[in-house]
Design a protein around this ligand. Structure first.
Ligand code: ZN
Length: 627
């Protein structure tokens, strides 16, 4: 067994309210904590900025504290004042530190008198990393401009000055003004019947961490999908979205059946333009979702199962720091699988688990050892890079291992108890373990040793006895793929007419990294994969076709990359292109055209990839091609 870091056990018995040190925030929660946020925002589309007032209610922890330290990034601060109970204001002096590339600018407000509330008047930058501004031309219906936030991981600070750490939870109220005809939504209870009169108010009565603060505004129509759910989307998209997400109430009910009542009231979904950099974002009461899951057959609805599951794992029980991210994503991916199984059957759930397992097995060995750990040792990492396939897929695999070893009944009781015990708190990996040991591992001795648990949480790689689900349909696809590659089965004879999206993904995922060009031509002739409207299939197809040297797919790949800004679907195609100098030059041209439609996070990711590829090319000039 691997030797484990000392920190694993020294800190095991932290009290519930322990302050974890968050290297991604300047906040000093041991001095003072924000308990409530009052926002007054004006959305200014022509200037691509928000004029804001943030009033923070404070709970002073240290009687000797001299200042309130907040996180900001690219905010212009106009004024900071203390607010007395009678509404009287007193100006406060403050200092905005130079901008750190990762953390932004530390805002230090002198407040030795410990005011109950502090108000900051500010303006965001048009380049705010947590906001995207779209012109009418960049939307589906081309009528009104659109804007939306993406605060996770540490981008809330680019549109609100606050203590931007998942360990600090606060309630919030907001008043937002916007041009008439625009509908504004937030990560709070939304009123579908609110008139489009240019002024909206919101209330989030539950304490949330800052990365769940969210706002969206644009030409939004609403369609109910159940008694406590609706979809919000551009008018031309809303019917399609309502159809794709018509099982939302069933998903909520199935999750409640497993883990207890849904705590937040309404569960709505906002479908964003295709530039949204993620699949979904679990903003409380209002999941933000990519339109790339609207494929017409509900085959990618597990995205909703995932975001909904976060209402328990993540939003109700939250990681204390980004290093503990697997508590959010691993638990959520596990719950997503259980809900998928309850609603769509074990076959589909096992297929999705296997897709993740095979991809993790392929990639984990290429990661630095520390990144292979669920709970890595402290590292100097941008919070945006803390979440990886390890958090999601190794994390959920660990929970499925616990389920298998202890039996579903015992494990379900434990997990429900865990959500109950830690609800509305932000916890560390060690606090989770301290709850796991007496309530599951020691309670049913002989099922799994503590060393095995530590190996999963603190060890690199994947433990040897990790259970792998059976999938007869995937086994059949493995055989067909092998026969096709060996030349004993023609492309047209593949049984692919009956394949669902996941089965196509599996077939393509396990093609050789650089398939033979004629094989790709045969597949495309038989199944017309180039130009597929299904972006999950498209991404995998283009990656393999480009690697095979199939230039005929380049224009369709470029169209895919231009249309979709979702990192997971676009970055692999860029990566495939930069492998050759000619492909790299082409990718640069595609990016030059696509850039304006991309979210700041997608722009950053592509530019980072290009810089790396350029450095690699300079280091080892390409050898002459073999033709
Ligand atoms: Zn998630």
């Amino acid at each position: 067994m691997r030797l484990l870091p000392a920190l694993a056990f020294g800190t095991l018995l932290l009290p519930l309210a322990a302050y974890a040190t968050d290297p991604n925030s300047y906040a000093q929660p041991d001095q003072v904590r924000v308990t409530h946020l009052d926002l007054d925002l004006k959305i200014d589309f022509p200037r691509k900025q928000i004029d804001g007032q943030a009033t923070l209610k404070l709970d002073w922890k240290n009687p000797k504290a001299q200042s309130l330290v907040l996180d900001t990034r690219d905010l212009k601060i106009a004024k900071v004042e203390a607010l007395a109970a009678d509404g009287k204001t007193t100006p406060l002096t403050y200092a905005l530190a130079p901008r750190d590339k990762v953390l932004g600018s530390k805002l230090t407000i002198a407040a030795p008198k410990h005011p109950a509330q502090v108000r900051i008047v500010y303006t965001t930058s048009p380049e705010a990393s947590g906001l995207q501004w779209l012109t009418p031309a960049q939307t589906a219906d081309k009528k009104l401009p659109f804007m939306f936030s993406q605060s996770e991981s540490i981008h809330a600070r680019s549109w609100v000055p606050l203590q931007d750490s998942p360990a600090i939870r606060f309630t919030y109220d907001a008043r937002v003004t916007a041009p008439k005809d625009v509908r504004v939504v937030m990560s709070a209870i939304n009123d579908a019947k609110h008139p489009l009169d240019g002024e909206f108010t919101f209330k989030q009565p539950h304490p949330i961490p800052s990365y769940l603060l969210a706002i969206g505004a644009g030409d939004l129509a609403v369609k109910e999908t159940g008694p406590r759910s609706a979809v919000y989307a551009e008018p031309s998209v809303v019917d399609k979205a309502a159809h794709e997400f018509e099982d939302t109430e069933k998903l909520i009910a199935a999750t409640e059946q497993l883990y207890g009542p849904y705590a937040w009231g309404r569960y709505d979904i906002l479908v964003l333009p295709p530039s949204f950099p993620f699949g979904g974002m679990e903003n409380p009461n209002m999941t933000f979702a990519t339109p790339t899951v609207l494929v017409g057959d509900k085959s990618l609805v597990s995205l909703v199962a995932h975001e909904l599951a976060h209402s328990w794992s993540g939003n109700l029980v939250t990681m204390a720091t980004w290093r503990d991210g697997w508590l959010n994503e691993g638990f959520t991916t596990y719950v997503q699988g259980r809900v998928t199984e309850a609603l769509y059957g074990k076959g589909l759930a096992d297929e999705e688990n296997l897709l993740a397992i095979r991809s993790l097995e392929k990639n984990i060995g290429h990661m630095p050892e520390n990144a292979q750990r669920l709970a890595p040792q402290p590292r100097n990492t941008d919070a945006d890079d803390e979440l990886s396939d390890v958090s999601y897929d190794k994390g959920s695999w660990f929970l499925r291992t616990l389920e298998q070893k202890f039996g579903r009944e015992h494990f379900d009781t434990w997990l429900k108890g865990y959500f109950n015990h830690f609800q509305w708190h932000s916890i560390s990996t060690e606090q989770m373990l301290a709850y796991l040991k007496p309530n599951l591992i020691d309670k049913y001795p002989g099922k799994m040793s503590w060393d095995e648990v530590k190996e999963w949480v603190y060890g690199a790689g994947i433990p040897k006895d990790a259970p792998i689900p059976d999938s007869p349909r995937f086994d059949a696809i493995d055989k067909e793929r092998a026969a096709f590659l060996a030349g004993t089965l023609a492309a047209g004879k593949l049984d692919a007419k009956t394949w669902n999206t996941q089965e196509w993904m599996y077939f393509l995922d396990r093609l050789p990294d650089r398939p033979a060009l004629p094989k790709m031509h045969q597949l495309d002739a038989a199944w017309r994969l180039t130009g597929t409207p299904n972006a999950e299939i498209g991404m995998r197809w283009y990656v393999h076709a480009i690697a095979a040297g199939d230039k005929s797919v380049w224009p369709a790949a470029a169209e895919h990359m231009t249309r979709i800004g979702r990192l997971y679907l676009t970055m692999p195609v860029y990566k495939a292109f930069v492998q050759t100098p000619e492909g790299f030059a082409y990718a640069e041209k595609v990016y030059a055209k696509a850039k304006d439609g991309y979210h700041p996070l997608t722009q950053m990711a592509v530019e980072r990839l290009f810089a790396k590829a350029r450095a690699a090319q300079e280091q080892s000039p390409p050898k002459a091609s073999k033709g």
